[in-house]
Design a protein around this ligand. Structure first.
Ligand code: ADP
Ligand code: MG
Length: 225
């Protein structure tokens, strides 16, 4: 894992946001489960990648400066079969033209509670772990708590327990909830990543999808310096 991490960082000497496939590898090095994905740069690769898994896929437009993908129509969910993937690829190409640096082909994760989990480096306090309700309406939910890294088990329990996301994890209004232990585990792993990889200045998973069986990161970014 250490060598893979050095490779990713060495391949990005100028710093900035890592490409999504490298960010996924880095999170995986820390034991954080990410939805399986391939960053494709041509239609044929996208169609081939989509056939790797049994589940439907998501196509996501990628270029380095793109932040809110769904705001610009850059996320196509639930595509099944080669024809749908091909059509999706062409839609993104038409929509974004030369800006498109690639397309993330990603396995659809099960429905669940959408959370935000991240680490930020504060100039005074060092790494801070962030947690709250995630998804595209995360800012509207305004549910964000912070704790200093390293994160103790009690800190993680506190951070999750004090959030409004805890209500969703408990199963809100008859909806399935999520496994809070798996959520706390991801927060601890992010804190460890930030503490060990001092060149990582920011990492954010949004959403981390929680179900009663576990958690899956489906959108994430990692900034290095
Ligand atoms: P952005 O935040 O840039 O708009 P996301 O990748 O977070 O783009 O996708 C937007 C929304 O689409 C997510 O909040 C989630 O609801 C859904 N979504 C994205 N990827 C997946 C996936 N792999 N499985 C299931 N749902 C997904
Ligand atoms: Mg997102």
């Amino acid at each position: 894992a250490a060598r893979l991490i050095s490779l990713h960082l060495a391949s990005h000497p100028e710093g900035g946001w890592l490409p999504p496939d490298r960010a996924a590898d880095l999170l995986a090095c820390y034991g954080i489960t990410c939805a399986r994905m391939v960053l494709a740069t041509d239609e044929h690769t996208a169609v081939t990648a989509a056939a790797l898994w049994d589940s439907p896929v998501v196509l996501k437009a990628y270029w380095p400066e793109l932040v809110h993908k769904s705001d610009v129509g850059g996320v196509l969910l639930g595509l099944s079969g080669p024809d749908a993937v091909r059509e999706g690829w062409r839609t993104l190409e038409e929509r974004f033209g030369d800006r498109l640096a690639g397309v993330v082909v990603q396995e659809m994760a099960p429905h669940g509670v959408e959370l935000l989990a991240g680490v930020d480096s504060d100039a005074v306090f060092g790494p801070l772990v962030a947690f709250g309700i995630g998804g595209t309406d995360t800012d509207l939910a305004a549910d964000r708590g912070y704790r200093l890294a390293p994160l103790t088990a009690a800190d993680a329990e506190d951070l999750v327990g004090a959030s409004r996301a805890a209500t969703l994890l408990a199963g809100y209004r008859g909806r399935p909830g999520g496994d809070p232990a798996a959520v706390r585990d991801v927060l601890s792993r992010l804190a460890l990543l930030a503490a060990e990889q001092t060149c990582v200045t920011e990492a954010e998973i949004n959403p981390l999808i929680a179900t009663p069986d576990g958690v899956t990161a489906v959108d994430f970014r990692v900034r290095v310096e």
